[in-house]
Design a protein around this ligand. Structure first.
Ligand code: SF4
Ligand code: SF4
Length: 117
Protein backbone atom coordinates (compact mmCIF):
# COMPACT_ATOMS: atom_id res chain seq x y z
CA UNK A 1 0.00 0.00 0.00
CA UNK A 2 2.79 2.43 0.93
CA UNK A 3 4.83 1.70 -2.18
CA UNK A 4 1.74 2.22 -4.34
CA UNK A 5 1.03 5.57 -2.71
CA UNK A 6 4.60 6.64 -3.43
CA UNK A 7 4.93 5.15 -6.92
CA UNK A 8 1.47 5.63 -8.43
CA UNK A 9 0.29 8.77 -6.63
CA UNK A 10 3.62 10.59 -6.31
CA UNK A 11 3.15 11.11 -2.57
CA UNK A 12 5.83 11.47 0.06
CA UNK A 13 4.86 9.10 2.87
CA UNK A 14 6.43 9.15 6.29
CA UNK A 15 5.48 6.30 8.66
CA UNK A 16 5.19 7.82 12.13
CA UNK A 17 3.95 4.69 13.86
CA UNK A 18 3.06 1.16 12.80
CA UNK A 19 1.36 -1.60 14.68
CA UNK A 20 0.65 -4.38 12.23
CA UNK A 21 0.14 -8.02 13.12
CA UNK A 22 -0.06 -10.64 10.33
CA UNK A 23 -3.68 -11.69 9.67
CA UNK A 24 -4.96 -9.27 12.32
CA UNK A 25 -6.03 -5.65 12.27
CA UNK A 26 -3.20 -3.15 12.04
CA UNK A 27 -2.77 0.55 12.54
CA UNK A 28 -0.49 2.94 10.73
CA UNK A 29 0.06 6.60 11.50
CA UNK A 30 1.22 8.27 8.31
CA UNK A 31 2.26 11.76 7.32
CA UNK A 32 1.62 12.32 3.63
CA UNK A 33 2.66 15.17 1.38
CA UNK A 34 1.76 15.83 -2.23
CA UNK A 35 -0.60 17.68 -4.52
CA UNK A 36 -4.13 17.93 -3.18
CA UNK A 37 -5.55 15.96 -6.12
CA UNK A 38 -2.92 13.23 -5.62
CA UNK A 39 -3.67 13.08 -1.90
CA UNK A 40 -7.39 12.70 -2.57
CA UNK A 41 -6.77 10.02 -5.20
CA UNK A 42 -4.37 8.19 -2.88
CA UNK A 43 -6.84 8.27 0.00
CA UNK A 44 -9.59 7.00 -2.32
CA UNK A 45 -7.35 4.07 -3.30
CA UNK A 46 -6.65 3.29 0.36
CA UNK A 47 -10.37 3.35 1.21
CA UNK A 48 -11.18 1.18 -1.82
CA UNK A 49 -8.91 -1.59 -0.53
CA UNK A 50 -10.78 -1.56 2.78
CA UNK A 51 -8.63 0.64 4.99
CA UNK A 52 -10.35 3.01 7.42
CA UNK A 53 -8.82 6.49 7.24
CA UNK A 54 -9.02 8.99 10.09
CA UNK A 55 -7.36 12.38 10.44
CA UNK A 56 -4.88 12.24 13.30
CA UNK A 57 -6.15 15.41 14.93
CA UNK A 58 -9.39 13.71 15.96
CA UNK A 59 -7.60 11.00 17.91
CA UNK A 60 -5.36 12.82 20.38
CA UNK A 61 -7.08 14.52 23.26
CA UNK A 62 -5.74 16.86 25.91
CA UNK A 63 -8.09 17.14 28.88
CA UNK A 64 -7.28 20.66 29.92
CA UNK A 65 -9.39 20.36 33.07
CA UNK A 66 -7.21 17.47 34.29
CA UNK A 67 -3.90 19.15 33.44
CA UNK A 68 -2.14 20.64 36.46
CA UNK A 69 0.59 22.24 34.30
CA UNK A 70 3.17 20.14 36.10
CA UNK A 71 5.34 20.20 32.90
CA UNK A 72 6.33 16.53 33.27
CA UNK A 73 5.42 15.93 29.62
CA UNK A 74 7.24 18.88 28.07
CA UNK A 75 10.71 17.39 27.69
CA UNK A 76 9.54 14.09 26.19
CA UNK A 77 7.23 15.50 23.48
CA UNK A 78 9.36 15.33 20.30
CA UNK A 79 7.57 17.95 18.17
CA UNK A 80 6.79 20.26 21.13
CA UNK A 81 3.06 19.71 20.73
CA UNK A 82 3.00 20.05 24.50
CA UNK A 83 4.82 23.20 25.45
CA UNK A 84 5.01 25.60 28.35
CA UNK A 85 4.87 29.37 28.36
CA UNK A 86 7.75 30.25 30.68
CA UNK A 87 6.14 33.57 31.62
CA UNK A 88 3.18 32.01 33.45
CA UNK A 89 4.28 28.31 33.37
CA UNK A 90 1.01 27.32 31.66
CA UNK A 91 1.13 24.24 29.46
CA UNK A 92 -0.65 24.22 26.11
CA UNK A 93 -1.36 21.48 23.62
CA UNK A 94 -0.80 22.29 19.93
CA UNK A 95 -2.84 19.60 18.21
CA UNK A 96 -1.51 20.32 14.72
CA UNK A 97 2.05 19.49 15.85
CA UNK A 98 1.16 16.19 17.56
CA UNK A 99 2.41 13.01 15.84
CA UNK A 100 0.54 10.64 18.20
CA UNK A 101 3.75 9.01 19.44
CA UNK A 102 2.07 8.28 22.82
CA UNK A 103 5.18 9.21 24.82
CA UNK A 104 3.20 11.62 26.98
CA UNK A 105 0.62 9.01 28.03
CA UNK A 106 2.66 7.14 30.69
CA UNK A 107 4.40 10.32 31.82
CA UNK A 108 1.29 12.29 32.72
CA UNK A 109 0.35 11.62 36.36
CA UNK A 110 -3.18 12.98 35.87
CA UNK A 111 -4.25 11.12 32.70
CA UNK A 112 -4.66 14.44 30.93
CA UNK A 113 -3.54 12.99 27.59
CA UNK A 114 -5.44 10.30 25.78
CA UNK A 115 -5.06 8.61 22.41
CA UNK A 116 -8.48 7.56 21.21
CA UNK A 117 -7.56 4.79 18.77
S1 SF4 B 1 1.40 11.98 21.60
FE1 SF4 B 1 3.60 12.48 21.32
S2 SF4 B 1 3.60 14.27 19.98
FE2 SF4 B 1 1.51 14.09 20.79
S3 SF4 B 1 1.48 15.38 22.59
FE3 SF4 B 1 2.03 13.32 23.30
S4 SF4 B 1 4.28 13.26 23.30
FE4 SF4 B 1 3.64 15.03 22.07
S1 SF4 C 1 2.15 15.77 32.36
FE1 SF4 C 1 -0.10 15.88 32.23
S2 SF4 C 1 -0.70 17.23 33.93
FE2 SF4 C 1 1.49 17.54 33.59
S3 SF4 C 1 1.59 19.27 32.15
FE3 SF4 C 1 1.62 17.41 30.91
S4 SF4 C 1 -0.53 17.05 30.38
FE4 SF4 C 1 -0.51 18.50 32.09
Amino acid sequence: MISKLVRDYDLTVNILRARVTPREEGRLVLEMEGKRSALEAGLNYVREIGVDVQPLAQDVKWYEDRCTHCTACIAICPPKALDVDRRDMKVSFYRDKCIACELCIPVCPYQAMEILF
